[in-house]
Design a protein around this ligand. Structure first.
Ligand code: 6R9
Length: 667
C-alpha cells in the first residue's frame, strides 16, 4: 500500500503509506511466566492509572519520594502549558537520592561501581556518596553558590559528575551539565545563556586511551571575560598540567575533603528548578530545557522501577549514557539513586582496550539490567557476535534501548546475542523535553514487538494525529503528540517563553507536539519513525528514512545504514543510502563484486518495502557522521547527496568522517 497524495517534501505526515511490510512485524516476544510472576508492574497498573490518572500520579509521588511537606494539589494546569505538579509540596532531590537510603539502614549498599577506562575502579556506598555530596555542597556554598544560582558542570564520566549534580541539588542550585565532548564555544554559549556562576570541571578524562583536555576548554570558554563565572572547581583525574588562574580556579581535592558532612539539604518547593539541559533544535541556537524537582523525580523513579523492573536489593543496573545527555540525568543520576539501586558507571568507550570491554564489565559486575542505544547495538553487530560470546552474560535479565528507532533486526540481535534469547527488551521513547520515559513496553506485561515502542506507560497519554490534529485510525501514520500533561514534562525553555510555546504547543493547540512522525498499527501500537524532518517524499509517496534503513539492515551483509532524501528533478526527492558492511562482507568485497552487491541491496529494499523505496544510489562507507550522543546527522549526508558544501560539522563526534564520505562520493 502506497499513499498517493502529494505533499511538499519534508512537510509530509510521517510514514503514512508505502511502508507496510516492515511495520507488519510478525514476531512477538511475550514475557516468560517466571518473569511475569515476579515483575514490579502488572497489567493492573494500566487499570489503576486509567481509572484515576491524577490519583495514580499522587500515589506514585508519595510512594517513591520522601516529602518534607506533603502536597495537597496534584496538578495545576490553569496556566497551561506551564504545569505545576505537586505544587504545594516540598522536598530535596539529593535527600531523596542519598540521605534517606542511609537513614533507612542501607548505607552499606553499593551505589556506584565505577570502572575507569584504564581499568582503575572505585566502589562507592550510599553512606560514602551521601557524605561526599554533603562535602561538595559545603564547598560550593563556600565558593558562593546559593539556592537558585546556576552551576555549569563539564566533567567526564567519573563519580564526581554524579556528586556534583547532587551537590547542586542539595543547595537547590540548578545545574547545567554540558557534555564533556562539546567545544569551548558550545560551553561558552551555554554558560552565558544560563548565567552560570561556577563551573565544575576536571583536568581531563580518559577516552580511547588518551586523556582529553577539559580544563583548557573551560579556560577558552571564559577567556573573553564576558561570562558571569566567578569560580572554577577542578577535579584532578588525569594529572595533566593545566593553566591556572589563582583568583578563579580551585582544586576539588583542596576544598572538598576538608569540609564537614553536615551540610543539610535545602528544602525547596516541588516546582523549584532542578536542572537546565541544552538540546539542539534542528536549527538555531540550543534550547535550554528546564525541569523542576517534584514531578521530574516522581516520574524518573516510577519509570526506572517499572520499565526496568528494578529490584534495588539484588539488581546491578547499568545505563551506558553519558551524564551530558538527558538519559544520563534521569537514568544514571536521579532515577537509579532515588530508587536506591546499585549501578555500574563506566568512563570510557566500548572498544577500549578491546571490543569486548562492555561485555567484560557485564560479566565482572554481574549486571542484570542494561540500558543502551541502538547505535551501540548496531556497532556491536558490526564487530560480530564472537566479542560478546567470549563473556558470561547470563546475569542479564532486562535490556533497554533509547535514543532512536531500533531496527527490528538490531532488536532481535540484542535479545538473542546479549540477552541469550531470554530477556525482555524494552524500547523506550522519550525526549529531553519529556524528562523521563513516556512510551515503552512493560517487561512483565507486554508481548514485545521488535521495532515498536508500543504503548504509553500507565499515567501517560500519547497519540498519533493528522495535519488537523485529529487522532488517526489504527493502521495510519501522522505526528506523535502527548495529549495530557505529565509530571516530568519540561517547564519551559530557559529565558525564552515564546520559543517554548512556538516549538511545542502551537502546531496543535493545547497538545504537545513531539516533532516525531509515528504510525499506529492495527493493534494500536506506536511505531516512532523518527523526526518529521527525516521524512521523505518521493514522487508523492511518503517514505521514512527509518524504515528504509531497517530494510537495509535486515540484509545479512549490512551492519548499519543511513538514508536521506536528496532533491531530484523528476521525483521531488530520491532515496540516497549510506551503508556500513559487516566485517565479513566488507572483507570479501572486491571491485567487481561491489557493483553486484549494491544492485542486490537495491533489490532487497524494493522487495522489503516496494520499488518506490529503492535507493537511487548506495554508497558503502566505513563510518557515519554521528553526534556525540550517537544520532546520525542526516543533514550532512543530505549535503553530500545533493552535492553541496557540507554544513556545520562542529557537533560531530569525529569531524573527519565527512571528508571521507565526500571523497567516496566523488569517486
Ligand atoms: C531520550 C532521548 C529525543 C528524540 C526523540 C526521537 C528519538 C528517542 C526513541 C526515539 C524512536 C525510541 N528517540 N528514543 N525514537 N524510538 N525509543 O534520546 O532524548 O536526545 O532529547 O532525543 O530521540 O526522535 O524525539 P533526546
Amino acid at each position: 500500500m502506497v499513499d498517493h497524495t502529494s505533499a511538499a517534501p519534508g512537510s509530509a505526515e510521517a510514514g503514512a503509506g508505502g511502508l507496510e511490510n516492515l511495520l507488519v512485524e510478525e514476531r512477538r516476544f511475550p514475557p516468560s511466566p517466571e518473569f511475569a510472576a515476579q515483575a514490579n508492574a502488572t497489567a493492573e497498573l494500566y487499570d489503576r492509572a486509567a481509572a484515576d490518572r491524577l490519583g495514580f500520579w499522587a500515589e506514585q509521588a508519595r510512594e517513591l519520594l520522601t516529602w518534607s511537606t506533603d502536597f495537597t494539589e496534584v496538578l495545576d494546569w490553569s496556566d497551561a502549558p506551564r504545569a505545576r505538579w505537586f505544587g504545594d509540596g516540598r522536598l530535596n532531590a539529593a535527600y531523596n537520592a542519598v540521605d534517606r537510603h542511609v537513614e533507612a539502614g542501607n548505607g552499606e549498599r553499593v551505589a556506584i561501581h565505577w570502572e575507569g577506562e584504564q581499568g582503575d575502579t572505585r566502589t562507592i556506598t550510599y553512606a560514602q556518596l551521601r557524605d561526599e555530596v554533603a562535602r561538595a555542597a559545603a564547598a560550593l556554598a563556600e565558593l558562593g553558590v546559593q539556592t537558585g544560582d546556576r552551576v555549569a558542570i563539564y566533567l567526564p564520566m567519573i563519580p564526581e559528575a554524579v556528586v556534583a549534580m547532587l551537590a547542586c541539588a542539595r543547595i537547590g542550585a540548578p545545574h547545567s551539565v554540558v557534555f564533556g565532548g562539546f567545544s569551548a564555544e558550545a560551553l561558552h554559549t551555554r554558560i552565558n545563556d544560563a548565567s552560570a556562576k561556577v563551573v565544575i570541571t576536571a583536568d581531563g578524562g580518559y577516552r580511547r586511551g588518551k586523556p582529553s583536555a577539559l580544563k583548557p576548554a573551560v579556560d577558552d570558554a571564559l577567556a573573553s571575560g564576558d561570562t558571569p563565572v566567578e569560580k572554577v572547581l577542578v577535579v584532578r583525574r588525569t594529572g595533566q598540567d593545566v593553566a591556572w588562574h589563582d583568583d578563579r580556579d580551585v582544586w576539588w581535592d583542596e576544598i572538598v575533603p576538608r569540609q564537614g558532612t553536615d551540610f543539610a539539604p535545602v528544602d525547596v518547593e516541588a516546582e523549584h528548578p532542578l536542572f537546565i539541559l541544552y538540546t539542539s533544535g534542528t536549527t538555531g541556537k540550543p534550547k535550554g530545557i528546564f525541569h523542576t524537582t517534584g514531578g521530574y523525580l516522581a516520574q524518573s523513579a516510577y519509570t526506572h522501577k517499572n520499565v526496568f523492573d528494578l529490584k534495588p536489593e539484588t539488581d546491578v543496573y547499568w545505563c551506558t549514557a553519558d551524564i551530558g545527555w538527558v538519559t544520563g540525568h534521569t537514568y544514571v543520576t536521579y532515577g537509579p539513586l532515588v530508587n536506591g539501586a546499585t549501578q555500574v558507571m563506566y568512563e570510557g568507550t566500548p572498544d577500549t582496550p578491546h571490543k569486548g570491554r562492555w561485555w567484560e564489565i557485564v560479566e565482572k559486575y554481574k549486571v542484570t539490567i542494561l540500558y543502551t542505544a541502538p547505535t551501540a547495538i548496531r556497532t556491536c553487530m558490526k564487530w560480530g557476535e564472537e566479542e560478546p560470546g567470549r563473556f558470561d552474560l547470563s546475569s542479564l535479565r532486562v535490556l533497554g534501548s533509547v535514543g532512536e528507532p531500533i531496527n527490528p533486526e538490531a532488536w532481535v540481535w540484542y535479545r538473542r546475542v546479549i540477552g541469550g534469547d531470554r530477556t525482555p527488551v524494552v524500547d523506550t521513547w522519550w525526549q529531553t523535553e519529556t524528562g523521563a520515559i513516556m512510551i515503552s513496553p512493560l517487561p512483565g506485561v507486554t508481548a514485545a514487538k521488535p521495532g515498536s515502542a508500543q504503548t504509553p506507560l500507565p499515567g501517560i497519554s500519547a497519540d498519533v494525529v493528522d495535519e488537523q490534529g485529529e487522532a488517526v485510525p489504527a493502521g495510519s501514520g501522522g505526528y506523535l503528540v502527548l495529549t495530557e500533561p505529565w509530571p516530568a514534562m519540561l517547564r519551559g525553555i530557559w529565558g525564552d517563553e515564546q520559543r517554548f510555546h512556538d516549538t511545542y504547543w502551537s502546531r496543535f493547540p493545547g497538545i504537545y507536539f513531539a516533532g516525531d512522525g509515528a504510525k499506529k498499527d492495527e493493534d494500536g501500537d506506536l511505531w516512532v519513525l523518527g523526526r518529521v524532518d527525516d521524512v521523505m517524499n518521493v514522487s508523492g509517496h511518503r517514505l521514512s528514512t527509518t524504515e528504509i534503513e531497517s530494510a537495509l539492515v535486515s540484509h545479512p551483509t549490512v551492519a548499519e545504514a543511513a538514508v536521506v532524501g536528496a532533491s531530484d528533478d523528476t521525483t521531488g526527492q530520491a532515496v540516497v543510502a549510506f551503508v556500513i558492511l559487516r566485517g565479513e562482507a566488507a572483507a570479501a568485497a572486491s571491485e567487481a563484486s561491489a557493483e553486484e552487491h549494491i544492485a542486490e541491496l537495491r533489490a532487497h529494499v524494493a522487495k522489503e518495502i516496494g520499488p518506490i523505496a529503492k535507493p537511487r544510489s548506495i554508497l558503502v562507507v566505513t563510518e557515519l557522521p554521528k553526534t556525540r550522543s550517537g544520532k546520525i546527522m542526516r543533514r550532512l549526508l543530505r549535503d553530500v547527496a545533493e552535492k553541496r558544501t557540507v554544513g556545520d560539522v562542529t557537533t560531530l563526534a569525529d569531524s573527519t568522517v565527512m571528508d571521507q564520505i565526500s571523497a567516496g562520493m566523488q569517486k
